[in-house]
Design a binder for this molecule. Sequence first.
Ligand code: KG4
Ligand code: ZN
Length: 464
Amino acid sequence: MLSSLSSTISRLNLFCPKPSIPHSLSSCLKTLKPQPIIPRWSCLHSLSTHPTSRLSTSLKPQFDALVSKDDLVVLGIETSCDDTAAAVVRGNGEILSQVVSSQADLLAKYGGVAPKMAEEAHSQVIDQVVQEALDKANLTARNLSAVAVTIGPGLSLCLRVGVRKARKLAGSFNLPIIGIHHMEAHCLVARLIERELEFPFMALLISGGHNLLILAHDLGHYIQLGTTIDDAIGEAYDKTAKWLGLDMSRSGGPALEELAQEGDAESIKFSTPMKQHRDCNFSYAGLKTQVRLAIGSHNINPEIPISSASSQDRRSRADIAASFQRVAVLHLEERCDRAIEWARKIEPSIKHLVVSGGVASNQYVRARLDHVVKKNNLQLVCPPPKLCTDNGVMVAWTGIEHFCMGRFDPPPPADEHEDYVYDLRPRWPLGEEYAEGRSEARSLRTARIHPSLTSIIQASLQQQ
Ligand code: KG4
Ligand code: ZN
């Protein structure tokens, strides 16, 4: 069976620009103008798919006026990992509601995300989370302009729950649907909170599954300056926290950050990863091994929770936490320093570094990176912690950004079969790798990787 969401971003015919707009379509624009809410899907669809009607640059302002940002209202749904999140955001950036249901019990029980359990937990709460987001926004689905949903990267089982819900809702209410790249959403939410943030800019995206250094040229056009060759920093925080017997119910990061404040960050001399590699890639597997060895040599028993540890034991754990954090973040600092140098060669006009993703909610990380950014005469843009960890706002906002460029899919059929095979992209790069920065140390598994968001968008632009 054909996949469904395949085309949100890859659908070639939904892109601008082309020079002329047919008369029939401009009358469609006019009839739409007085409507208080939203461009109705049917008109936008005919506008954007008509062979001669893709918006020209000169028509873009008309389109923007038509799709008045105040009138656009988008629901964002996020289920790529363990958080079930939904939010309603207006085109002008006003957050009308935000709901997150996290899987604290499961995280505490398994010390991490177990995909099958996570899928069940998403399924149990998704309807409620979406309804609450609509209720808090004082809206019904009828009032929405579109539904945005994360289609990758992430856990297939979990992504499916969000996509199923989004398509059901969009099908029932005849709403366009926008498939979202999770890491692009982490990046672009910075443009919601910082209106001055214009392309091009740099971004460091740090989460449980990703460590990405990117140059954001434009919406949908990203160059990957660096990525991890093994684990992401969030994974290293989580494992270290688990081995130190910390409370995992909010994931390991926040608990480790707290404990590190009690410790001596210089007490254990962990070595900084990839010193010999003069590139912008990351590695955290070796640091995890160093931590494990230190835990063994300090006779720490992870089965004994920190709350029951003796004061001496607690002290040792705090020292390991602080020493780990210092080196884990030093690795980020060194890579950012070099990435800024590289990015300036490509785009000398860069003014901002965005730091986002779950780990960016860490205050120590923010402070250290602020230092790096200031030293390089740039400005740091770091969303508030609630918008750094997984949330529906970032998905809704990224949906708005793409929707305004005419990138979206038609409403799915209202009676879509339960067995429909969705286009989910569990492994989906954001951009193409910067050729000069390709690392010999990198041996990424390439099997089953979806073509990058950037390559899809660039290819479709070239075909116009
Ligand atoms: O972006 P996110 O919410 O989900 C993924 O896309 O992975 O990031 C989750 C990761 C987890 O590894 C979590 O431990 C980490 O972000 N994290 C933190 C903090 N808060 C969340 N790491 C360090 N310090 C924190 N305060
Ligand atoms: Zn995330």
